[in-house]
Design a protein around this ligand. Structure first.
Ligand code: HEC
Length: 250
């Protein structure tokens, strides 16, 4: 006969294992890329990512599913802080974080309209975004003067070059019938951030875009710990009950 407490302990263990595997499975995207190692529940990383996003990205890109008021609430900022530091377009707190750039102009400037980034982290995964933002290099054959090893012939310029510095490409010798391909990127001139500081900045930006892609994940992660405590508590109750029952049997 299986004791009820054993059954419950097993169920609790299984639930714990599920939680564990669900979180590691979500982290394992992006073959052959550096892991972004984002922590979406890290509020200071989210705040710094939002600051970078609104200073360097929101001129061209929109977040059409994201309201400023939601950012204020989730990132623990006041409405005034969000409006003053993020809403450069003169938007109101209840409005979506839209770019001011008319799509037709954007297409004229860049050859491609900058896509909305609301769901970018879901479409490409955080590792992709992290590696993309680290992989720009100078390329005089491109109209923008920039190219990217993660997104070859991209029409976005490296808007973070002042922070990162300027990378240039080392090409592997071309094999017959093939174009020379980029072997590795080297920092040709330094930026205002060190390489590790730049990695942190890009990680913060990626964390912010990951949050934007699924704002509810923030609440879910903080709920996880309560689920585990709840299970632990009920296992304990079951154990006490079992003691009560078996006392009578003996
Ligand atoms: C000067 C305008 C401009 C700015 C500023 C800018 N981008 Fe872009 N971005 C573009 C354009 C144009 C594309 C489309 C590239 C293409 O399809 O070739 C793009 C594409 C992207 C993509 C790839 C989308 C996809 O899956 O096709 C990502 C991710 C991205 N940008 C992130 C950022 C981030 C993060 C910032 C801020 C650090 C930023 N962008 C700032 C113009 C801009």
């Amino acid at each position: 006969m299986t004791k009820p407490s054993l059954l419950i302990a097993r169920a609790a263990l299984a639930a714990l294992a599920c939680l564990f595997f669900a979180s590691t499975a979500a982290a394992g995207e992006g073959e052959g890329m550096e892991a972004a190692n984002t922590h979406i529940d890290n509020i200071s990383s989210l705040q710094s990512g939002a600051r970078l996003y609104f200073n360097y990205c929101s001129g061209c890109h929109s977040l059409k599913y994201m309201r400023y008021s939601r950012i204020a609430e989730d990132l623990k900022l006041s409405d005034d802080e969000v409006l003053k530091n993020f809403a450069f377009t003169g938007a109101k707190i209840g409005e979506m974080a839209m770019s001011n750039m008319p799509e037709a102009d954007a297409e004229k400037f860049f050859g491609k309209a900058p896509p909305d980034l609301s769901l970018e982290a879901r479409a490409k995964g955080p590792d992709w975004i992290y590696n993309y933002l680290k992989s720009f290099y100078i390329d005089s054959t491109r109209p923008s003067g920039w190219n990217n090893t993660v997104f070859p012939n991209v029409s976005m310029p490296n808007v973070l070059w002042e922070l990162q510095g300027v990378q240039h490409a080392d090409y592997a010798p071309a094999k017959p019938g093939e174009d020379a391909h980029v072997e590795k990127l080297e920092l040709a001139s330094k930026g205002t951030l060190s390489p590790t500081q730049y990695d942190d900045a890009v990680r913060d930006l990626t964390t912010f875009l990951q949050y934007v892609g699924e704002p509810a994940a923030l609440k879910r992660e903080s709920m996880g710990i309560w689920v585990v405590l709840y299970l632990a508590f009920f296992t304990f109750l079951a154990y006490l009950l079992k003691h009560e029952f078996w006392k009578d049997v003996h």
